[in-house]
Design a protein around this ligand. Structure first.
Ligand code: MF3
Ligand code: CO
Length: 315
């Protein structure tokens, strides 16, 4: 296993090189000048208090988001349009997915529906990824290829991970599907993983820390006897597919990046029924599996931090 940024989909790996964003001096407009956010309001009545808060947090050693991670209301609207396609595509998969389906059929539906709605599937050709969607079955952790020769069988659990580009704006979410009767153990894994995302989401509010979210996810998985993959995480999203910050779930309350209004990121823990270790397929350098062959589940939502809490943009 090469659990480092040398694997494909590098930005999602914990070891990937990333830009500095902690403790940087924040350039500020004059108080009567227009705000940097494009609102046309004076800086002093717009983001001045916001910047002051971040400056103090940074001075106290916290990791704060750089300004390019704070989406303007106009950007949020465009990202929501992209997210509508992502939701519609996953709804369509949810209506059609069944025993006997080839994974390549899912890829075809995703490609056709996304492009019919004016979008582009973000995975296609991303760092050389050869399909429009990731389909990860049973012991596949993520980045599974939707192959022609792979059929869904009764008892399979499968994650379908869709991402859309619309007019240059990105959205990203994934859902789990149970094919027929999957048995109580796999069913519980799928349900608990969804609960992990919900527990994490409940922690998303301005001026909290990503570690509050991460610990909530991890604690729930751990309490149910599961492990949470360490090497691959969520990410900022919206203007690019994978932006800062990297979002882990083995983190601790009160640590990691401060959540500020206007940030958008994914919550997408990979929860293993068995051991935490994973490996990457040697031949394609993409597909990720559990080392012990036990099942893994993942749900992914895309969340905006708002003034009062959060808004889920796609799921
Ligand atoms: N959709 C995945 C995510 O949640 C990204 C997969 S990278 C790809 O971030 F190239 F495989 F699509
Ligand atoms: Co993602």
């Amino acid at each position: 296993m090469r659990a480092d940024s040398g694997n494909r989909g590098g930005a999602k790996w914990a070891g990937a090189p990333r830009k500095a964003h902690a403790g940087q001096p924040i350039p500020k407009p004059g108080r009567n000048e227009p705000c940097w956010c494009g609102s046309t309001k004076k800086y002093k009545t717009c983001h001045a208090a916001f910047d002051d808060k971040l400056t103090i947090l940074a001075a106290n050693g916290h990791v704060v988001p750089s300004r390019n991670l704070i989406k303007t209301p106009e950007q949020v609207e465009k990202i929501k349009e992209s997210a509508k396609i992502n939701i519609a595509v996953l709804d369509e998969i949810q209506a059609k997915i069944c025993e006997g389906m080839k994974l390549s059929e899912i890829d075809k539906i995703v490609y056709e529906m996304t492009t019919d709605m004016g979008g582009i599937p973000a995975p296609l050709n991303y760092e050389g990824y050869p399909y429009s969607v990731c389909t990860s079955v049973n012991d596949q952790v993520c980045h599974g290829f939707p192959l022609e020769e792979r059929f869904l069988r009764e008892g399979d659990i499968v994650n379908v991970d869709c991402s859309t580009i619309l007019n240059g704006y990105f959205s990203d979410s994934s859902r789990m599907f149970c094919i027929g009767d999957v048995g109580p153990e796999k069913k519980r894994l799928v349900e608990v993983t969804k609960e992990c995302v919900e527990k994490g989401l409940a922690e998303v509010k301005p001026w909290g820390f990503l570690g509050d979210m991460g610990q909530a996810v991890h604690d729930h998985a751990f309490a149910n006897g599961y492990t949470v993959v360490r090497e691959i995480g969520g990410h900022g999203v919206g203007l690019q597919f994978h932006e800062e910050p990297w979002v882990g779930y083995n983190s601790v309350r009160g640590t990691q990046m401060v959540m500020a209004p206007g940030m958008i990121f994914t919550i997408e823990p990979m929860v293993n029924m068995g051991k935490v270790e994973i490996y990457v397929d040697d031949e394609n350098d993409w597909e990720v599996y559990t080392e012990d062959g036990m099942p893994s589940a993942q749900w992914e939502i895309m969340v905006l931090v708002t003034e009062n809490g959060h808004e889920v943009l796609c799921w």
